[in-house]
Design a protein around this ligand. Structure first.
Ligand SMILES: Nc1ncnc2c1ncn2[C@@H]1O[C@H](COP(=O)(O)OP(=O)(O)OP(=O)(O)O)[C@@H](O)[C@H]1O
Length: 232
């Protein structure tokens, strides 16, 4: 589903350059859930941003669902995010003036869906994240955990094959964080959605099938997680 072949990213910093990713190669199968952990600055968010087309690689190739992406135009990336990819961020990024239902419906409308099917899909995905009873509430009226549930519903509303989650529990307490990770895992597994998760939380990482450790822009180890092996 996601294949990285010798993917590198270098940033310019004044006169100097920073190599954020060094020739990373990785193959993630459909329905697999991978977490990426490692010290601050090791390249986790860079990797996720490249996979989501939010940033472009300096060299190497990225394949999504079998398609090479390095020649994608901005428009092709926009289409890929509308059809194939859902993204959840630490800071929720809900539109403050819209209700939960409207926030979830928005990406469906942006890709041209209309009418009752949008409202029905937005309602049903809000039910999946247990937020159906708060559908008419605005983000400011919801707790952090509730806002993240709405953001997950928004990310999954268009039935993406790939979910990218960058520190989704970073703004939540440990209890809310555990609930959010359980939800992400169960929803993803139910629909064979591939998940790439970046996190500083070992507890969150253990919801994945595999945990990749990164260091200095490289993948240095892959460990099967307790969620996969059944050994807690
Ligand atoms: N836009 C940018 N311009 C210059 N350097 C950048 C940029 N984005 C990231 N970097 C650098 O690339 C390296 C990797 O950053 P990245 O954000 O991917 O790390 P990270 O592992 O996600 O860190 P954290 O856990 O703190 O979020 C760091 O040295 C960072 O300073």
């Amino acid at each position: 589903m996601v294949k990285l072949a010798q993917l590198s990213k270098t940033y310019a910093r004044g006169e100097a350059t920073v190599a954020a990713l060094h020739g990373v190669s990785l193959d993630v199968a459909r329905g697999e859930f991978c977490a990426f952990v490692g010290p601050s600055g090791c390249g986790k968010s860079t990797l996720l941003n490249l996979v989501g087309g939010l940033d472009r690689p300096s060299s190497g190739e990225l394949y999504l669902d079998g398609r090479a992406t390095t020649t994608f135009t901005s428009h092709e990336w926009t289409l890929a995010r509308r059809e194939l990819i859902g993204i959840v961020f630490q800071a929720f990024h809900l539109v403050p003036g819209l209700t939960a239902l409207e926030n979830v419906a928005l990406p469906l409308m942006l890709r041209g869906d209309g009418g009752r099917s949008v409202a029905q899909r937005a309602e049903s995905v809000l039910e999946l994240v247990h937020m159906g009873h708060r559908k008419h509430h605005r983000p400011g009226e919801l707790s952090g955990g509730e806002q993240q549930r709405v953001a997950i519903a928004r990310a999954l509303a268009h039935r993406p094959k790939l979910l990218l989650a960058d520190e989704p529990t970073g703004n939540l307490d440990s209890h809310q964080g555990a609930e959010i990770m359980t939800l992400i895992r169960s929803l993803a597994k139910a629909d064979s959605v591939t998940v790439l998760l970046v996190t500083h939380s070992q507890t969150a990482a253990e919801c994945a099938d595999y945990i990749w450790t990164m260091q200095d822009g490289r993948l240095v180890a892959r460990t099967p997680s307790p969620a996969l092996t059944g050994v807690a």
